[in-house]
Design a protein around this ligand. Structure first.
Ligand code: FES
Length: 145
């Protein structure tokens, strides 16, 4: 064993971030040099309403341990009601994941405005911590089996 290297499980989290709010908030966290875990791989989408549940399932089946969907606060969606659609889809997605035996904490829906870099960082921090405590998803043995 090499001294100094951590063997702690580091979750892989895919983040679908709305370009108008959450992605800009994430960018602000970076430019403000706010410290937070590097576990989220951001994917910019035009609106949280663009995130089809199959995107989430594909991310989990492809090796992600968790998925973060983040968009504009309710009432602030640039496409009027995209995030309202997201709320409805998210509830269905949670039921589906539950049937697959996937812990609901692995997929989160959050609202982050363009000025909330600190909030974005804290969400990533708490989600990383939570999934780290759950351990790897292991989709192939848990879901496909
Ligand atoms: S444009 Fe951000 S959630 Fe719709």
């Amino acid at each position: 064993m090499v001294i100094g290297l951590s063997t702690r499980f580091e979750p892989k989290i895919v983040g679908f971030l709305c370009r108008w709010c959450a992605y800009t908030g994430a960018d602000l966290a970076g430019t403000s040099r706010i410290k937070y875990p590097p576990n989220v791989t951001p994917i910019r989408v035009n609106c949280s309403g663009r995130v089809d549940p199959t995107f989430v399932l594909k991310a989990l089946a492809s090796g992600a341990d968790g998925v973060l969907i983040a968009g504009c606060h309710p009432g602030d969606c640039h496409y009027t009601s995209g995030n309202v659609k997201t709320i409805r889809r998210f509830k269905l997605l949670q039921r589906m994941l539950n049937q697959f035996g996937v812990e609901k904490e692995r997929v989160r829906l959050e609202w982050v405005s363009a000025s909330e870099g600190e909030r974005y960082a804290r969400i990533v921090e708490s989600m990383t911590k939570e999934i780290r405590s759950l351990g790897p998803l292991e989709w192939k043995t848990k879901v496909e089996a």
